[in-house]
Design a protein around this ligand. Sequence first.
Ligand SMILES: [Mg+2]
Length: 219
Amino acid sequence: MPRPLPRPGLRPRAIVFDLDGTLVDSLPDIVGSFQDAFTELGLTPPAAEAVRGRVGLPLDAMYADFAPTERIAALVDAYRRIYPQRFTRTSRPFPGVPEMLAELRGHGFLLAVATTKRSDMATRFVAAMGLTEALDHVQGTDGFPHKPAPDVVHRALAALDADGTWMVGDTTHDVGAGKAAGLATFAVTWGTHDAEALAEAAPDRLEPDLATLVEAVLG
Ligand SMILES: [Mg+2]
């Protein structure tokens, strides 16, 4: 896909997206892998609904909600073995996402992912979802503070050498990170957090899907 034409004398503008639950319908594979790690260690897995609301946090923080402290490291290790074996079992881009990304590019925006996944796994996953060519940068969280801290957003924008415009995400952590980085925020309810939880974070837009994103960013 052709990159947008540079605007002479102006820094490019970028839109930053969360990945899981925002661009990609990946929560069942994440939740299933999370539960399978318990089973592998002979522990009783928590209910899927309870896990779903925690997706988007780092793995150790997710496991800390459901497991004794001394088992967390082993559970994280098990997840990192299990997830790459099943991460494309049911995961797919949400309907209309590839077309929406292409349309935003057509309006001259650079497009980045900023995820709490590690960069190596995030890059593999983006490729498996067929989205590599649709994005200009994939930024994972590699040993620095995770969302809602703005670090992963700042790094994505620095990699693109672009000014951030909107942060798009499915959790209050995404909204918090976007606000902390000085971006407008677009929250979508088809992922991890429901409308009531997302409204508490007071995003600029709160929508059931990404159908209105292009209109929002063009303002
Ligand atoms: Mg998410």
